[in-house]
Design a protein around this ligand. Structure first.
Ligand SMILES: [Zn+2]
Ligand SMILES: [Zn+2]
Length: 306
């Protein structure tokens, strides 16, 4: 499996347009040891020619331009064969609306995520200008599916696994209580070899099911939104905790670093980093702590082959 990291920041990106926290100010001014990041997304491919994009971030146009593998090979063409959504948060699906230049799209999502995006959304019509422009395909929980792209099989196989989460903020009132289909992690492989990528950009908790989904992967990407539960509160950026936003923090006694200590994957990366995350700074204690435990931090432009 070929992997390209298109984006590695949480919703809002790094720096975030309306944020003047120490990290955002520092990266703008060039006074901290950190690089800017676009919102979380990766592309995966079995053959290196046709790609499956996981999550469609609001920055997808810029992300495609930054990744030559995703550039057109003809007057009207895209190597993007299919898109898979891990949840319905806008930082994961708003980019679909930017792919509206009459290019056929195949999108895999759970029923709940598909309905959250399409119901009462008049803007969806921009992806329905002609028959067959947008094809939704189901993403069942706990069953591997061969990803069938715009022009046939991609060779990529994806199994969605329910991961604790919550409905997107803009649908919370309508959808009410969390549902297993709100948020998934993906186990990604290909038809030719056994190496497995586990991609979990959002997780409210590390459960036994989450651990089991990651255990046999050669490469793990995991939710690195926050280092601590009260990170936003302490930075004076509001009163919402990581728990309230359905993200398990990386650090601390209840953090994912300890909860995932059993993992043996040679490559383990935190992604979906909020702009307040101390891991963004290459010289932080927190970064040293994750490196010492065999983890690292995903960065835009990273390329991996499993
Ligand atoms: Zn997100
Ligand atoms: Zn900030």
């Amino acid at each position: 499996v070929h992997v390209r990291v298109l984006g590695s920041a949480a919703g809002g990106g790094f720096p975030q347009w309306n944020c003047g926290c120490a990290n955002c100010r520092g990266v703008r001014a060039g006074t901290i040891d950190a690089v800017a990041r676009t919102q979380e997304s990766i592309a995966v491919s079995a053959c290196g020619a046709r790609w499956v994009v996981i999550n469609a971030s609001p920055e997808i146009r810029q992300q495609i331009e930054a990744c030559p593998a995703l550039h057109p090979r003809g007057p009207r063409h895209s190597p993007i064969a299919a898109i898979v959504l891990t949840n319905g948060d806008l930082d994961h699906c708003l980019g679909l609306l930017s792919l509206r230049e009459s290019q056929p799209l195949v999108v895999y999502a759970t029923d709940r995520v598909r309905r959250g995006f399409t119901e009462d959304n008049v803007l969806c019509r921009t992806l329905e200008r002609f028959e067959g422009q947008l094809t939704w395909r189901p993403l069942p929980l706990g069953r591997a599916v061969a990803i069938d792209g715009v022009d046939g099989p991609t060779g990529v196989i994806v199994e969605a696994v329910a991961v604790p989460g919550k409905p997107p903020l803009h649908l919370a009132r309508r959808l009410g209580a969390p549902d297993p289909e709100d948020n998934v992690g993906l186990r990604v492989g290909d038809v030719t070899d056994g190496a497995l990528l586990a991609y979990v950009p959002g997780a409210a908790a590390v459960t036994d099911d989450v651990r089991a989904a990651l255990a046999d992967a050669a490469c793990v990407f995991f939710d690195g939104t926050f280092w601590s539960d009260d990170e936003l509160v302490r930075a004076g950026l509001g009163d919402r905790t990581a728990a309230a936003m359905a993200h398990v923090p990386v650090g601390g006694p209840d953090g994912s670093l300890d909860a995932l200590a059993m993992l043996t994957a040679p490559t383990r990366l935190f992604t979906h980093l909020n702009n307040t995350q101390p891991l963004l700074r290459r010289d932080s204690e927190e970064r040293a702590a994750v490196l010492a435990r065999g983890w690292d931090v995903a960065a835009d432009g990273m390329e991996l082959v499993l």
